[in-house]
Design a protein around this ligand. Structure first.
Ligand SMILES: NC(=O)c1ccc[n+]([C@@H]2O[C@H](COP(=O)([O-])OP(=O)(O)OC[C@H]3O[C@@H](n4cnc5c(N)ncnc54)[C@H](OP(=O)(O)O)[C@@H]3O)[C@@H](O)[C@H]2O)c1
Length: 176
């Protein structure tokens, strides 16, 4: 699905928008509505990066988390105008999600449907490469040719991580 061109018009000039994605070598990001791995270190990093900001997520990802995450504002994208959840704001389209986030640091946190539509708006991508091939039902083709690597770190698994990971921080190349 294409991101509507006018979404950029809804963006505040001071708004930073970043995506956080964890993806296996074969492009899997989800299975049965959940994450297909146990990676405590990555969850800690997610918390550290997003704390104090605004999370934009799809309704299915919100269902899998099941509650607003503390210390952050949660915006859930849904096409169901009757959808309500305490402590959460809903947005019926990408333009509304970006407008509601306003000047606050904004993090696009999935799932696949939301990444596909909102990645074109992101200035930064925090990518966790999960260094294994894993089966799942939610996949993503990530085209990061408009981004450059600014940081890269290998993370051997701790006893609370199922797989080794590589953490890569990307910044968008200047828009032409
Ligand atoms: N590995 C990772 O980094 C990562 C991160 C996040 C999630 N995940 C995984 O990804 C899977 C879920 O991904 P998914 O792609 O199936 O679902 P999703 O992107 O989380 O949510 C899809 C839902 O978002 C809403 N939506 C999508 N586009 C919209 C639009 N333009 N306007 C308004 N609402 C819109 C719709 O909700 P309604 O149906 O309510 O209308 C749609 O059904 C889960 O397994 C989850 O664990 C992985």
């Amino acid at each position: 699905m294409e991101t509507p061109h006018n979404v950029l018009d809804h963006r505040s000039p001071k708004q930073s928008i970043a995506a956080l994605v964890a993806i296996s070598k074969n492009g899997t990001i989800g299975k049965d509505g959940e994450l297909p791995w146990r990676l405590s270190s990555d969850l800690r990093r997610f918390k550290k990066i997003t704390m104090g900001g605004v999370l934009v997520m799809g309704r299915k990802t919100y269902d899998s988390i099941g509650r607003p995450l503390p210390g952050r504002t949660t915006i859930v994208m849904t096409r169901d105008p009757t959808w309500r959840c305490e402590g959460v704001q809903s947005a019926g389209n990408p333009e509304d999600a970006i407008s509601i986030a306003g000047n606050r640091p904004t993090f696009i946190v999935g799932g696949a449907e939301i990444y596909r539509q909102l990645l074109p708006l992101c200035d930064q991508v925090f990518l966790t490469r999960v260094l294994t091939e894993i089966e799942g039902d939610t996949h993503l083709e990530l085209d990061l040719c408009n981004f450059e690597v600014v940081k890269q770190q290998d993370h051997p698994p701790t006893d609370r991580d199922e797989y080794p990971t590589e953490f890569i921080e990307y910044r968008r190349k200047k828009r032409s």
